[in-house]
Design a protein around this ligand. Sequence first.
Ligand code: APR
Ligand code: ZN
Ligand code: ZN
Length: 361
Amino acid sequence: MAQEVRGVIAPGKDEPVRIETIVVPDPGPGEAVVRIQACGVCHTDLHYKQGGISDDFPFLLGHEAAGVVESVGDDVTDVRPGDFVILNWRAVCGKCRACLRGRPWYCFDTHNAKQRMTLTDGTELSPALGIGAFAEKTLVAAGQCTKVDPGVSAQVAGLLGCGVMAGIGAAINTGEVGRGDSVAVIGCGGVGDAAIAGSRLAGAAKIIAVDIDDRKLEKARSMGATHTVNSRENDPVEAIRDLTGGFGADVVIEAVGRPETYRQAFYARDLAGTVVLVGVPTPEMKLELPLLDVFGRGGSLKSSWYGDCLPSRDFPMLIDLHLQGRLDLGAFVTETIRLDEVEKAFERMHEGDVLRSVVVL
Ligand code: APR
Ligand code: ZN
Ligand code: ZN
């Protein structure tokens, strides 16, 4: 039987979000209904509300979530009612060329849930990133659910659903940071700080945090940065070279998404180093580089998609590390809020002292 629950809707471009009653149908084949316990507020939710991602209003926002599986469709065997799960927004097919070549994060044929949730008047909802988890319950594809140790709090577990996984994965998966490496992270918001935590986890010897805001640099230190550079006051490329014996960093992770920081990342790497691009630029941004510099610098330039993660491999591992006290995921939760405080959390995003606001249900 379809159920009615509360959810946070973005009704139209730039309009404030509001709580509405939403109708969640029973799970069909390949689907699961999840009772959401916590969901982080991500910049992508704000972009949906601003109309920057699609015009398919109304959106059911929220995509960084954990909860308990309530019911599953007939043929679902991987998860069962009662399982504690983290949701992901890329349920991969396992069959396409990207999946078969061992790069499922580029899967051509992701199987997220079909849009089947509605308002009570029948209006179809578009769930953000195929999830829609600022709601008491949501309908997802079973492949979007990854079971993890239920000993972790939901507010911490949900973080791995998006931003924190993107940052940790940029370091450990895309950048392949290893023991003894020097790493520079440009931009120390939630994603950059997660890249710092991931680099520490991977055994980096030197972790240089770069930001324009001293408060962010202070926080970055607590996440594992060994050195900090305020790029308003110092040239970050020179500073990174100075701190690495004149060579540049083995891995530079860009977590801002702007031309000037892409440029800094490009020049701050060691000639054989790796640049990892995790900051997302806007369509009109461009970067001009002397071809001789592109040719003359070795190493590699990689973009990182959702931290190049494989949820079934990475979520349980990172939760285990957290429970063992080797990775402090709790440090990313700045505040917990109610479902009706999402609009306020969007406003707080610009204030600079929030890594993550997390809705707890
Ligand atoms: N140089 C260095 N740091 C900068 C600069 C700059 N020119 N401009 C902004 N920053 C810093 C901000 O001070 C902030 O600490 O970058 C950080 C960005 O953090 P958030 O706004 O919290 O964003 P976050 O959630 O970390 O995401 C960063 O990664 O996945 C992408 O879409 C995401 O593009 C976004 C990026
Ligand atoms: Zn695939
Ligand atoms: Zn997100």
